[in-house]
Ligand binder design. Structure first.
Ligand code: GP9
Ligand code: MN
Length: 635
């Protein structure tokens, strides 16, 4: 009998692997902005999903019953596709990959509302088509498929290949990126080299390690940290010391406001007319080289920086992961000075875990959504519009005992940056990015809201007695909009240097009646807010373990370390693994940046040790000593 020619028989396991492999590779290019510089990187990117897929689907080979095996393959395929899809949607919004701690911020996901919808497209359904095909194949068993149970030998050979693929991948990745697994704050690099799926496994490993870290930490760990902190302490500025003493303190967090909009125009229209006047105002210090230092915790990270003068975490939001730690906050120090301390934000109180954290940070009261009346037409994007928010907040302030400290969190200038017609004071920009186009309008709205807030304060008789600090929390326009941004800035491209410079956010210190007006170009960051504010308010905070310095101190180091390891100094910027000359924006020898890189690495590592180990529980701020020491001397 003539043997008919037939195509090679394929098992469902192999088909499922092939589908997911191709799909993941397509997603890398279509949905994630992963760029490669050379052939080796292309190769790594191509093979990186494979080892994990071989292993996980290989488990299917261990099932004896055909039906169980098929179900396993289909379910696994569906789960992995969902993980990939969730990462895609997350990436579109945050330009980042999901980490385990972020996943548990489910409260926040519920509120993503418009933003989430904006990031899911109809065509996304295509990503699930292969799962359907697998179901059909399993049901109708076409002739090109085999459903034989593999022999022991075949199985062994299969797993050997899978493991070899894993080590080949890791080996190539290590040559391409030494110390890949130890430098974990760059998630894109990880995904690029070991693949999305292995990355998630690694993330789970990191998370478990961190939980163990607190359990194992003891006060010894604080000795080195404390030495470092003491050696980097800067004296405070005497001229500004205590000029706000006894006054109310109002800190306004300006949502998504970047510095490039200040004193700038968009198609001939002024973007921030009111804030621009403040830059010239005799009672205002305006900082134009002030950097945000936030990471995945976004707004909450900026709040963490403000209250603690510690860096947030490189992964997850510290408001969630370490909400119960012992902290020594700006709020605590104001409480001690007799202030009525409160936070104001017209959003659900649990968003970013704020209710829990504010309590721990020492706030007397949190005015959240339930303390505001959001009338008809008073909400847009993520919630209450800034203008009515400020109006009602001032009503609350009128009732407060003085002196008070209010931290206010604005919201309207938030992605997706929509506005009702009546709130649009300028036109949209005309780039290919709707996000950037609308951003100018919401920034303009925010500017108007602040102007009205100042008026409200004056009318309420609170203005003269208050120190008003305002700072941008983080970028509003991510690198996903680089082309549009280049068009706006009239540049050919946005380099890593430009991106680092775009992390500047505006910072204002406004003290009615005090002749402090200047534009100050010192390099500073949100980490410096706490010591700077404490000095102005005449509060002693020098014993705290913190990394910030009074911005106006003569001894200030004039450097900003961003949470992902980028560093900005007077002459140099280290970003995108390249050292840049600040003046020319051109790359220079990497060695020139080495001292900056070393400082950033050391400081961020000490910082993480404090948070992971909950080390401040071993520290006595009053005496500036380790609690263990006190115990020893007392005995
Ligand atoms: C939500 C607001 C915005 O309450 O703070 O959060 P963000 O997305 O900017 O972190
Ligand atoms: Mn924010």
């Amino acid at each position: 009998m003539n043997k008919r020619w037939s195509m090679p028989k394929l098992s469902l396991v192999i088909i499922a692997i092939a589908f997911l492999w191709i799909k993941t590779f397509i997603a890398y290019h279509a949905s994630f902005n992963i760029s490669t510089d050379n052939f080796m990187q292309d190769l790594i990117l191509f093979i990186n999903p494979l080892s994990f897929l071989l292993l996980i689907f290989g488990v299917g080979l261990l099932f004896k019953k055909e039906k169980t095996r098929n179900n396993y393959v289909i379910i696994t395929s569906f789960v992995l596709t969902t993980i990939l899809f969730a990462n895609m949607v997350f990436y579109r919004f945050f330009n980042d990959f999901i980490t385990l701690p972020v996943l548990f911020q489910t409260n926040n996901f519920g509120d993503l509302g418009g933003s989430a919808m904006e990031n899911i497209y109809m065509t996304d359904a295509l990503y699930f088509i292969d799962v359907l095909i697998l179901i059909v194949l399993a049901k109708y068993k076409p002739s090109f498929m085999v459903f034989k149970e593999p022999t022991k030998l075949n199985r062994r050979a299969y797993f050997l290949v899978a493991i070899a693929t894993f080590f080949l991948n890791l080996g190539l990745a290590e040559t391409e990126r030494p110390q890949l697994l130890t430098r974990t704050f760059d998630r894109e690099m990880l995904v690029k080299n070991i693949g999305t799926y292995n990355y998630h496994i690694y993330d789970v490993y990191l998370q478990s390690k961190q939980s163990a870290q607190r359990a194992l930490a003891d006060s010894d760990a604080l000795v080195d940290v404390n030495n470092y902190v003491q050696a980097n302490k800067a004296d405070v500025n005497n001229d500004l010391h205590g000029i706000g003493e006894g006054k109310n303190l109002i800190v306004v967090k300006l949502e998504s406001m970047q510095n490039f909009v200040i004193n700038n125009e968009m198609n001939g229209e002024v973007i921030t007319p009111f804030l621009n006047t403040l830059t010239e105002d005799e009672n205002t210090i305006y900082m134009d080289n002030f950097y945000h230092q936030t990471e995945q915790g976004k707004t909450s990270d900026s709040e963490f920086l403000l209250d603690n003068s510690l860096y947030p975490l490189g992964r997850g939001a510290v408001f969630f992961t370490h909400s119960g730690n012992e902290y020594n906050t700006l709020t605590d120090s104001l409480n001690e000075a007799g202030y009525y301390t409160n936070a104001m934000h017209a959003n659900n109180k649990s968003f970013w875990n704020r209710d829990i954290v504010y309590d721990n940070f020492g706030y007397d009261r949190y005015y959240s959504l339930t303390d505001y009346t959001v009338g008809e037409g008073q909400a847009v994007n993520w919630g209450m519009k800034d203008i009515p928010f400020f109006e009602q907040s001032v009503e609350h302030m009128k009732e407060m005992e003085q002196p008070f400290y209010s931290k206010m969190i604005t919201l309207t200038n938030h992605h997706p940056f929509y506005l009702d017609e009546e709130d649009k004071f300028i036109n949209e920009f005309d780039s290919n990015s709707g996000t950037l186009n609308r951003y100018f309008q919401t920034v303009r709205y925010q500017d108007e809201a602040i102007k009205e807030f100042f008026t409200n304060l004056k009318e309420a008789g609170l203005y003269e007695d208050s120190v008003i600090v305002m700072y941008g929390d983080h970028y509003g326009i991510s690198e996903n909009h680089n082309a549009a941004m280049a068009q706006y800035l009239e540049q050919e491209e946005i380099t890593a240097f430009d991106t680092a410079q775009l992390q500047r956010v505006p910072m204002f210190i406004h003290i009615p009646g005090e002749d402090i007006g200047e534009t100050n170009s010192k390099i500073a960051g949100q980490i410096d807010l706490k010591p700077t504010i404490q000095n102005i308010m005449g509060i002693e905070g020098s014993n705290s373990i913190q990394f910030g310095q009074d911005i106006f101190s003569e001894e200030n180091d004039n450097t900003a370390i961003l949470r992902d390891g980028r560093v900005i100094s007077e002459d140099l910027v280290y970003a995108g693994e390249t050292c840049w000359d600040k003046e020319s924006g051109e790359p220079v020898e990497k060695e020139s940046c080495q001292p900056l890189i070393d400082k950033a690495t050391e400081e961020l590592a000490f910082n993480d040790e404090i948070i992971y180990g909950d080390l401040l529980r071993f520290y006595d701020t009053e005496s500036g000593r380790l609690l263990e020491d006190t115990a020893v001397t007392e005995e």
